[in-house]
Design a protein around this ligand. Structure first.
Ligand SMILES: *[C@@H]1O[C@H](CO)[C@@H](O)[C@H](O)[C@H]1NC(C)=O
Ligand SMILES: *[C@@H]1O[C@H](CO)[C@@H](O)[C@H](O)[C@H]1NC(C)=O
Ligand SMILES: *[C@@H]1O[C@H](CO)[C@@H](O)[C@H](O)[C@H]1NC(C)=O
Ligand SMILES: *[C@@H]1O[C@H](CO)[C@@H](O)[C@H](O)[C@H]1NC(C)=O
Ligand SMILES: *[C@@H]1O[C@H](CO)[C@@H](O)[C@H](O)[C@H]1NC(C)=O
Ligand SMILES: *[C@@H]1O[C@H](CO)[C@@H](O)[C@H](O)[C@H]1NC(C)=O
Ligand SMILES: *[C@@H]1O[C@H](CO)[C@@H](O)[C@H](O)[C@H]1NC(C)=O
Ligand SMILES: CC(=O)N[C@H]1CO[C@H](CO)[C@@H](O)[C@@H]1O
Length: 371
């Protein structure tokens, strides 16, 4: 992937060669306010641009729509369909806001928002190591494409949005599209929000390591005796990340970024993440610390209330306790439905199994004022 840390650089000329690695070595979290001039290939592989062919058909029966996307190259296209569940009633002039739900929705939504279920696991399989290069995406780009499931899924989201933009009779407001997913699909949802700028709101749910946690902090938790999913484990478990990441999982300090930088790519657009301290492998300290680091980016822009974080326990993985509804609905009301809402929320129960979060150990930048 090409990481262009905030603030975004001007477009890189086509002739500009991008280094595949940047000399770097720091145990602390890298300063998200420094430029690295865009190195690619560390973690998630390459995200291809829009291919020459993208077309779609849309049908609707009652409140259920069916968006079918065909995308690829003249001699090689793939076709995939996504069901859309529409709200009852008359669409707003600009169309309905929409949530794209990776592999199905696991959060409640208020009335007035459509839901598209994205079959991301068909786009790029995620069963185990045997899933490498398997899925519709790889039917277009080849089994050996350097993409990972994460980037393949983002590519599919982008083609869905391309198709909605050119399908006015679907009555979707393409300026009001959110993305969500839980656990492995939460990792994917964050990646989509980071790399697809047409996503207006990003809601990863219990995404853990590879999502809203930082690799350095997950390693710290593991080294402190907590049993968490960290980089060395994650590359064994599945094919979410590129094979190149194998070269860094034992040398995390060499990464010139961490996932606070990934989250920062979402800014200034809003990000709301939920975490669950009852599921220890979700790396609870890492999630809180990583999002604390990322929060400085929204703070620097004077929009701290566009970045929410809520970390509670007492529920099973990917369940969504109803006492969390007010924060979720506040974000959906404000950013999808254009209603007034207070979206200031950044909280944790601090249940880190006795491991201590010491910000000074990880964050040594001062947050600038960019407004
Ligand atoms: C959606 O449309 C496609 C293309 O016509 C079709 O193949 C598919 O079966 C449809 N899906 C559903 C659930 O009707
Ligand atoms: C949609 O709204 C109409 C009118 O209020 C109602 O009769 C109908 O049952 C509703 N349908 C669904 C699926 O909610
Ligand atoms: C993909 O890479 C593997 C390992 O390098 C190689 O054996 C295989 O032939 C390649 N397949 C294609 C379709 O290029
Ligand atoms: C919590 O910490 C203790 C002591 O380091 C460790 O034995 C235990 O495995 C940890 N629990 C989890 C779920 O990580
Ligand atoms: C945990 O959830 C149960 C059942 O919903 C509830 O009775 C209990 O009070 C909750 N405990 C805490 C600490 O929130
Ligand atoms: C918004 O909510 C936060 C957190 O509950 C609270 O501290 C703040 O005062 C509220 N702001 C307004 C304008 O009500
Ligand atoms: C932060 O840490 C880096 C690397 O350890 C060091 O070069 C830099 O001077 C530190 N910055 C501050 C403000 O302490
Ligand atoms: C450059 C560097 O630190 N490389 C190390 C990466 O991790 C492996 C496995 O622990 C070491 O053998 C390398 O020295």
């Amino acid at each position: 992937m090409i990481f262009i840390p905030f603030p975004a650089l001007p477009a890189i000329p086509a002739s500009c060669s991008t280094p595949s690695e940047i000399p770097f070595n720091d145990d602390k979290l890298p300063d998200p306010f420094l430029f690295n001039n865009g190195a690619k290939g560390y973690e998630a592989g390459t995200l291809p641009p829009k291919p020459p062919q993208v077309s779609s058909t849309f049908t609707q029966s009652g409140l259920t729509g069916n968006l079918t996307v065909t995308a690829g190259f003249p001699d090689n296209t793939i076709t995939f369909s996504s069901p859309i569940k529409f709200p009852n009633g008359t669409a707003p002039r600009a169309g309905w806001p929409l949530i794209i739900a990776y592999d199905g929705l696991s959060i409640p939504i208020p009335d007035g928002i459509a839901v598209l279920t994205y079959a991301n696991s068909a786009m790029a399989q995620q069963n185990d190591q045997s899933s490498r290069g398997v899925g519709l995406f790889f039917d277009v780009y080849g089994q050996n494409a350097t993409a990972s499931s994460m980037t393949a899924w983002v590519w599919g989201v982008s083609r869905i949005i391309d198709s909605l933009e050119s399908t006015p009779n679907a009555q979707i407001n393409t300026n009001k599209i959110a993305v969500t997913g839980c656990s492995r699909d939460g990792k994917g949802a964050l990646m989509a929000g980071a790399f697809e700028e047409r996503i207006a709101l990003t809601i990863p749910q219990e995404s853990g390591s590879g999502g809203d946690t930082c690799w350095r902090l997950s390693k710290f938790e593991q080294d402190s005796g907590d049993v968490v999913q960290q980089a060395t484990e994650i590359v064994q478990e599945n094919v979410w990340f590129s094979t190149n990441f194998d070269n860094f999982v034992f040398n995390i300090s060499l990464l010139p970024y961490d996932h606070h930088s990934l989250a920062a790519l979402v800014a200034p657009r809003p990000l709301l993440s939920y975490e669950n301290t009852d599921v220890e492998w979700l790396s609870p300290l890492s999630a809180f610390g990583c999002m604390t680091a990322a929060h400085t980016v929204w703070e620097s822009m004077g929009i701290a209330d566009s970045h929410g974080f809520v970390q509670v326990g007492n529920h099973s993985h990917c369940a969504f306790p109803s006492d969390l509804n007010p924060t979720l609905f506040a974000f959906l009301d404000k950013f999808l439905l254009d209603e007034e809402a207070n979206t200031t929320v950044f909280e944790t129960n601090g249940a880190f199994n006795g491991t201590v979060w010491n910000p000074a150990q990880w964050i040594n930048w001062t947050t600038p004022r960019l407004v």
